[in-house]
Design a protein around this ligand. Structure first.
Ligand code: NDP
Ligand code: PYC
Length: 339
């Protein structure tokens, strides 16, 4: 007898969607949220899978996100900027609404940006990147979070874990995609270490007194650290500037002021930039997609792997064998459907 249960991707989607519908989310919110959470489980990205459901529900209960929001396009005609107001709902349905407009404008201008305002965002960014690489576009996505990371040289939470993700489309393969927090690890990872009762690796966090710690509780009460020292600190600051201040939305410290806690999902904006590689390479020698393959082959030729290879392998396994969940996880889903 195994300790795990296997669910098809469709069965998990239906279950998660039903949990959100029962909590009062309208169909557009419930379906988009379930899609991104199930994609996290399918691709073995546990820090942004079903573990996020309870946080999303707490945020609804606390009145910090509108479960009945309907996102809308804020028209900026002929501009390379597409703006969607999530109207206080989750980011994912707003992103889905904006994507066809972003794709069309990136194709006609060579470069376009999607700005999502007034949204709650708790998910991984790679589903958003892949929506664009699937259309043959390169993409760069970023958003702030809430103040949980000390800038390098500082000792208190100020910056967010501010994820940055990038994707490059490939003709005969899954796209090149990376997606990571600009902190050493995502906050979700620290929470998973806490739940597992395991110490953190060295160098992830400091405690409330500014001393290095490997205790997840102390790290959650203290501050996380940027990846790569001053380099990650600067990139996280860039995210605050471009995907917070520049788009007229909240920065990570302002998000924490708005929420008053890090136990709810953060509300802020998001910036998605789409590039047409053909348009940028036009008139220059060589096909950009063929040249990219030469680079990828050289990376692989050294025995390195490409980012997202682990994830795509997990996806393939889930698609053929289903998604494996522990008994505790199934019990959690049952409880959320029942209570
Ligand atoms: P990880 O450090 O786990 O992974 C980051 C990326 O690096 C992935 O694309 C991963 O690919 C790749 N990678 C890992 N190891 C290797 C390797 N040896 N060689 C090549 N590539 C590698 O990510 P984080 O913990 O920093 O972030 C996890 C998630 O959290 C992200 O999806 C991020 O968007 C999300 N997040 C969301 C936030 C929000 O506010 N919404 C805030 C912070 C984080 P692979 O997946 O194949 O291993
Ligand atoms: O894992 O750091 C994180 C995170 C913050 C908001 C959503 N995910």
């Amino acid at each position: 007898m195994t300790d795990n249960a296997i669910l098809t991707i469709t069965a998990l989607q239906e279950r998660v969607e039903a949990i959100f519908a029962k909590a009062g989310l309208n169909p557009v919110q419930a379906a988009a949220l379930a899609r991104v959470i199930v994609a996290g489980e399918r691709d073995a990205c546990k820090s942004h899978g079903i573990y996020r459901i309870e946080g999303a529900l707490r945020t609804v209960k606390a009145g910090k996100v509108r479960p009945d929001a309907v996102p809308e396009i804020v028209e900026q005609q002929a501009s390379a900027i597409v703006r969607v107001n999530a109207n206080g709902g989750f980011a994912n349905p707003a992103f889905e609404l904006g994507v066809p407009h972003l794709v069309a404008r990136a194709r006609s201008h060579g470069l376009a940006a999607l700005v999502v305002n007034d949204c709650t965002h708790f998910s991984a960014l790679w589903p958003e990147v892949e929506a664009l690489t699937n259309e043959g576009l390169a993409a760069l996505v970023m958003c702030p979070s809430y103040a949980t990371v000390a800038p390098t040289g500082g000792n208190k939470p100020l910056l967010g874990t501010n994820p940055v993700a990038f994707g490059w489309p490939r003709r005969d393969s899954t796209p090149y995609v990376f997606d990571f927090a600009t902190s050493v690890a995502a906050r979700g990872e620290i929470e998973l270490y806490r739940r597992a009762g395991k110490p953190l690796p060295e160098g992830w966090a400091i405690d409330a007194e500014g001393e290095p710690t490997t205790a997840p509780e102390a790290a959650l009460a203290g501050a996380m650290l940027p990846f790569g020292g001053h380099k990650g600190s600067a990139i996280a600051t860039m995210v605050e500037l471009l995907a917070g201040i520049m788009i007229g939305d909240l920065t990570s410290p302002e998000v924490l002021d708005f929420l008053g806690t890090t136990t709810l999902a953060p509300r802020h904006g998001e910036l998605v930039i789409a590039f047409s590689p053909e348009a940028f390479a036009a008139g220059r020698p060589g096909d950009p997609f063929a040249r990219a393959e030469v680079l990828f082959d050289a990376i692989l030729g050294q025995g390195a792997r490409l980012p997202s290879q682990r994830r795509f392998a997990a996806r393939q396994k889930s698609e053929s064998e289903g998604i494996s969940l522990s008994r505790e996880e199934i019990a959690q889903l049952d409880r959320l459907l029942r209570d």
